[in-house]
Every structure is written in structure tokens, then in C-alpha cells.
Design a protein around this ligand. Structure first.
Ligand code: NAD
Length: 490
């Protein structure tokens, strides 16, 4: 990738706040820097929104609300569909932009353009399929109508790990449902959201329907927006601790909330598993996004009869992973998002080893410019190790063993999280039992990646509330109204 093409892509990103259809600087005039995690270099400087800017963005969303809610569903859907088409035309630019600001290998950024784009297409199709129902009440005295209405102005907060998909997974259903929104992207990766917002404008989105506030002070800006009585909905994707804090803030206004929070996914390999499939699934479930995914397999729980072979085979794969800047051909291990992420991987592996685990490959920071941690396999991880409790969010595959199905299920469920689980077994009955017994909102049965725009994504327990994508996704942005009219024949 030439430096000239990198610069051209970066130069195409708006650097202001999108408020009421126009790009503008922060009221304070302040800006903040965006870095390439592979080099630490500053790649762009964007507006650093403050409280005043958050309020202006919400004003714009409130003002644009009634007209957008009245806009024909077909018209709303077509705006999103045009945005989908534009995204496909510019997919190489968007993929490069994501790699530059977030670090993931270019092939994975391309995959995210596909995945993230699908939310625009899926919800463009859903726009005309929002249905209610109609019936006679049980007493026969009246007719009951159930109709769906846009919730109203929404505040959408996104994380840095999937800069495109986490934005489109909220923006597309919100706009399709007839809601207007303010988006606050993560300060580490604001560029992709700015780019997509401009693309939606080009696709014909009316002024004020989508507003974007970039800021280095997320808490300060978000507090007053969430407290504003005109806001109707808060949708957040990010860590569980921040999600809990936001739920408390949202309680004051009794806001509708959707929370996509952290995970601690178990990956179960039974003695009857197809080990080729399990190893291939493990590579995807663990090393996609360099381990920085809420769906990343965090705890590999392997039957004691196959644990040694499984460990040897995943180690052979991981040893061969090329490390480098995401723009380099064939790279599997790109940089982690920042130094804090590298220190977390170091601490978790150090703690596991201190409690008796063994490192089969990796196990250390990669000494080069940027924030890299080696692809790692650690086995014999003992109960009580921090790596079993915390989200690793890095390229570390941690293996523990179990003796039977009951123990596997008990270990898998021994966490406050419940986003996704993976299980590899050839026994169909066991597969069905696991669907019932594993306490997660999603499950991959003999597959290592489950994300799909057509599926309801979300967790149970402390992994979240609500679902994004699928038939369910649009309902996060609709409220149900029941109307009774007297029966016309009585
Ligand atoms: P984070 O919670 O630190 O930040 C997420 C977003 O919240 C960012 O935009 C940040 O600026 C903002 N934020 C932080 N403090 C805030 C506050 N006080 N008020 C308002 N906004 C605030 O999370 P992160 O490090 O960006 O993302 C990683 C986390 O996200 C992981 O825990 C991961 O599992 C989770 N995640 C979950 C899903 C899912 O769908 N369940 C998807 C991706 C990531």
C-alpha cells in the first residue's frame, strides 16, 4: 500500500462534527489526534466536541425527528440502500481507513466492510416490513390495533474494535425505524464513522437525521445528552463497566436502552469433535481482529483426552502467523489498539503462568515499533487464573481441560458474562443439550464465527440487553402502541 494512497484516504475523511447537515469545528475550537497503532504516528486530527456540541447535535436530531418519522419507509430504505452501494464502490478505501486507525489486517478490514455494509442492506430491506396486528378483543366488544412507532431521538455510542460494523449495526436500524440520532464514536477510531456519515449524506439522508460528535471526553459530553428529557433511546456497545454506569444514568429518564457489552466466551471441544474443524474454528474465534472482539473465544475448555493434540495443533498454526502492520500482505497478527492492551495481555499470561500454566508459543510483547503482542498459546490454565475471568482482548489462546459434559457446562457458565459460546462435538443430541444449557445469547455449534446481519446479536447476564441485527434489530428502535376502538357491530 503506497503512502500516497493512505494519505488520500485519510484526506477524504471530514474532520468536523456533523450537526444539522453541516460539518463544523467544535464550539471550543479544540481538536484531538488519531493514531495508527502500528506506528504510533498521528494520522489525523478531528474536532474535539464538548457539552455545547453534544447539545447542538441533539437539538438537530430533535428538530429533524418529525419529518423523518413521516418519511415513507420505502424512501428511508432507499437512502440506506444507496449508502450500501456507495460503500461497495469505496470498499477498498474504507477497509484501508479502518486498518490505519484501528490496526487490524487489511483482509479483516475488507471482511468488516462486507459485514458492516450488510446492516445497511438488511435494514434497507426491513424498512417496508414493519408490521403490527389487528384483532377483536376477547370480550368481543372492541377492535384492538397494535402499531409500531419510531422511538424518537437516539444516542448511539460505539467502541473502537469494529469501527464500521458497530456504527452501521446501530445507525441502520435506527434510521430505518424512522428515528433520528446522534452518534458518538470511540475516540480511538472516529474516522470510519465520519466517513460513513458523509457517505449517508451523499446517499440522500436529510439534514439533522444523523449527527456525529467526536470527542476525547466521552463522559462529559454524554452525561447531559443522556439527561436531556428529549432523548428517548440510548444504545451502547462497549465494556460492561461503562455500560453499567450508562444504565444508571439512563434510569433517571427511564430511557429505552440497548446494551452490547463484554464477553468471556467459552470454546468447548469434546472428545468426539472433528478436530480439523475445531482447530479451524479456534483460529477464527480467537484470532479474528487480533483477539479484540467481544465474541472472541476467551476460554478454551477441552476434553482431557484430546487436549494435548488440540494444543499441539493450534500451536503449530499460531507459530506460523505473520506479524506486522495491517497493511502488509498476509499479516495475521497486527498491533493491539494501544499499550494498555499489550500490558493487559502480559499481566494475564503472567498470572496464568504464575499459577502453573505453560506457554507453548508466544507469551511476550513483540519488540518493534507499535503495540504488538505475539500470537500465544497457553495451556494447563488453572482455576482461579485471571485469564479465565477477564476479557483478554488480545491474541492469547488459553486452554483448560474438563472430564465430562456436566463439568464442561459448569465451567462454561462460571462467569458473569453470557454473550456467545462455541462448542465442537459430533454428537447431535449433546449439541441440543448444550443449546439449552449454555447461558449465552448466541452460540456457534461446530463453527467459529457467528456474526451475521440477518441474526439477532446480543447477550444474556452481564453481556447486555437487547439484540442488534436480524428481525429483532429494528424493534430496539420502535415502540409498540395498542389502540382500542369499539366493535362496530355492537
Ligand atoms: P469502552 O466501554 O471503553 O468504550 C466504548 C465507548 O464508550 C467509546 O465510544 C467510549 O468513548 C465511550 N465511553 C467511555 N466512557 C464513557 C462514559 N463515561 N460515558 C459515555 N461514553 C463513554 O469499550 P471499548 O474499549 O471501546 O470497547 C471494548 C469493549 O467493547 C469490550 O468490552 C468488548 O467486549 C465490548 N464490545 C461489545 C460488543 C457487543 O456487541 N457485545 C461489540 C464490540 C465490543
Amino acid at each position: 500500500m503506497s503512502q500516497a494512497s493512505e494519505q488520500a484516504v485519510l484526506d477524504a475523511v471530514p474532520d468536523g462534527l456533523l450537526v444539522g447537515g453541516g460539518w463544523r469545528p467544535a464550539a471550543s475550537g479544540r481538536t484531538f489526534d488519531v493514531h495508527d497503532p502500528a506506528t504510533g504516528a498521528v494520522i489525523r486530527t478531528v474536532a474535539d466536541g464538548g457539552v455545547e456540541d453534544g447539545a447542538a447535535a441533539l437539538d438537530a436530531a430533535v428538530e429533524a425527528g418529525p419529518a423523518w418519522a413521516r418519511t415513507a419507509p420505502r424512501v428511508r430504505g432507499e437512502v440506506l440502500r444507496r449508502a450500501f452501494d456507495l460503500l461497495q464502490q469505496r470498499r477498498d478505501d474504507v477497509a484501508l481507513l479502518m486498518t490505519l486507525e484501528m490496526g487490524k489486517p487489511l483482509a479483516e478490514s475488507q471482511a468488516e466492510v462486507t459485514y458492516g455494509g450488510e446492516f445497511l442492506r438488511w435494514f434497507s430491506e426491513e424498512a417496508v416490513r414493519v408490521a403490527g396486528r389487528y384483532g377483536t378483543n376477547p370480550e368481543g366488544t372492541g377492535r384492538m390495533t397494535v402499531s409500531q412507532h419510531p422511538v424518537g431521538p437516539c444516542y448511539l455510542i460505539t467502541p473502537w474494535n469494529f469501527p464500521l460494523a458497530m456504527a452501521t449495526r446501530k445507525i441502520a436500524p435506527a434510521l430505518t425505524a424512522g428515528c433520528t440520532a446522534v452518534v458518538k464514536p470511540a475516540e480511538l477510531t472516529p474516522l470510519t464513522t465520519l466517513y460513513v456519515a458523509e457517505l449517508l449524506r451523499e446517499a440522500g439522508l436529510p439534514d439533522g437525521v444523523l449527527n456525529v460528535v467526536t470527542t476525547s471526553t466521552a463522559g462529559d459530553v454524554s452525561g447531559p445528552v443522556i439527561a436531556d428529557p428529549r432523548l428517548r433511546k440510548l444504545s451502547f456497545t462497549g465494556s460492561t463497566p461503562v455500560g453499567k454506569q450508562l444504565l444508571k444514568q439512563a434510569a433517571d429518564g427511564v430511557l429505552r436502552t440497548s446494551m452490547e457489552l463484554g464477553g468471556n466466551a467459552p470454546f468447548l471441544v469434546f472428545e468426539d469433535a472433528d478436530l480439523d474443524a475445531a482447530v479451524a474454528g479456534a483460529m477464527l474465534a480467537k484470532f479474528r481482529n487480533v483477539g479484540q472482539a467481544c465474541t472472541a473465544a476467551n476460554r478454551f475448555l477441552v476434553h482431557e483426552r484430546v487436549a494435548e493434540e488440540f494444543a499441539a495443533r493450534v500451536t503449530a498454526e499460531v507459530r506460523g502467523f505473520p506479524v506486522g502492520r495491517g497493511t502488509e500482505e498476509g499479516v495475521r497478527i497486527g498491533p493491539l489498539i494501544d499499550d494498555r492492551a499489550v500490558r493487559k495481555a502480559e499481566d494475564l499470561v503472567g498470572d496464568a503462568v504464575g499459577r502453573g500454566a505453560e506457554v507453548l508459543t508466544g507469551g511476550a510483547r513483540v519488540e518493534r515499533e507499535g503495540t504488538f503482542y505475539a500470537g500465544t498459546v497457553v495451556t494447563g490454565v488453572r482455576p482461579g487464573s485471571e485469564i479465565l475471568r477477564q476479557e483478554i482482548f488480545g491474541p492469547v489462546l488459553s486452554i483448560s481441560t474438563f472430564g465430562d459434559e456436566d463439568e464442561a457446562v459448569a465451567l462454561a457458565n462460571d462467569t458473569e458474562y453470557g454473550l456467545v459460546s462455541y462448542a465442537f462435538t459430533r454428537d447431535a443430541d449433546r449439541g441440543q443439550r448444550l443449546v439449552d444449557r449454555l447461558e449465552t445469547g448466541m452460540m456457534g455449534l461446530n463453527v467459529g464465527v457467528i456474526s451475521n446481519a440477518g441474526a439477532p446479536f446480543g447477550g444474556v447476564k452481564q453481556s447486555g440487553i437487547g439484540r442488534e441485527g436480524g428481525l429483532e434489530g429494528i424493534h430496539e428502535y420502535l415502540s409498540t402502541k395498542y389502540t382500542l376502538t369499539p366493535d362496530p357491530y355492537r
